[in-house]
Design a protein around this ligand. Sequence first.
Ligand SMILES: *Cc1c(COP(=O)(O)O)cnc(C)c1O
Length: 407
Amino acid sequence: MNTTKQEIQSAPFEALDGMTPSELFGNLPTPFYLIDEKMIRRNGRVIHELSRRAGCSVLLAQKAFSNFGVYPALSEYLTGTEASGLFEARLGREEMPRGEVHVFSAAYRDDEFDSIAEYADHIVFNSPRQFKKFAQRAKDAGCSVGLRINPELSTQKEHEIYDPCAPGSRLGTARDVWDREMSDEDISQLDGIHFHTLCEQDSCDLWATLRAVEEKFGDILSLASVKWLNMGGGHHITRRGYDMQTLERCIRYAKEKWNVKIYLEPGEAWALNAGFLGTRILDITENGGIKTAVADASAACHMPDVIEMPYTPPLWGERRNERGGIRYRVAGPTCLAGDIVGDYSFDRELREGDLLLFGDMAIYTTCKNNTFNGMPLPAIYFHREDGSIETLASFSYEDFKCRLGRK
Ligand SMILES: *Cc1c(COP(=O)(O)O)cnc(C)c1O
């Protein structure tokens, strides 16, 4: 990644406008998620301007962010939604009713397929086998159909679990498999091509990917029957310092070269730095010189990517990249030894009851959390532009219990 750390890390608390978390959110019961309308709209405008200038359509990948109470605010800026399967496709159709619904799944189930085709406008298949099995049914239901390709070019090494081009990957069809399995008749049915290879990346990596796509699949994209190219997600479009000109160059290049309609389907970029997770300190422990602030939110339950990716999220008031300060490990209250958010340093001592605010918590959080250890799910709030705070969802013991059985 090209952007300097400082640029990335100065952004997560922009939404506070210089106020402290306690001044703004001190009355909310913790733990809580809070989504910020001003930042959602800021991201939305950046993406909408891009689509207008470059002439492309941009979808919301719902697997990253699907708090549908925010969809009315987002709907002005996007073309539609992207879904990973039946439930997200239905959510997109129901809650973003004027938008297109695009679906990609690594494998579709026979018993769900016709329902998916009812909700969808575009269906993308992962393999020639799935394409042969379902494409005609999708077309009969009025859907445009595509195949996901694998350009076999890894452009990042930091997070291997997010690299669909890693050796042996099941995601996307490589050219040698394509040549063995796609008949001329199959190819004549194809309306579009899809690739998704990036994760939190800048547009120079998209450019490199596009060249690999051209080298391996340029002949397919040149066919008159291929009408669209979906360049997937992972474009960190709304991050400070993102190279927008190169992204526009990629879009124009593909449009002119192959005469195709261009779709992008970022998830993160729509809600980047547009949410927080608030938590209060329950206790401070000490062992071997390490002080741990035990908070009422859990990394494992409420911010699982901290452990899965892994990464250390920004925390309001921390002295990141500065020497000195008082060091604390911030951790969750569960019994998992590794339920640790990260090590941070502060200008002052932390105390029981202090409010901690983690930044960039709108994405891959509310749609991915769990109730391990019987942890309660945090309520989800929407901080409106006028300063009011709306409750999108709140949870209780019943939400924990109902997923384990019914009495
Ligand atoms: C994950 C995913 C996206 C969204 O990725 P972001 O990194 O959130 O932008 C888009 N398309 C597909 C096929 C995906 O798997």
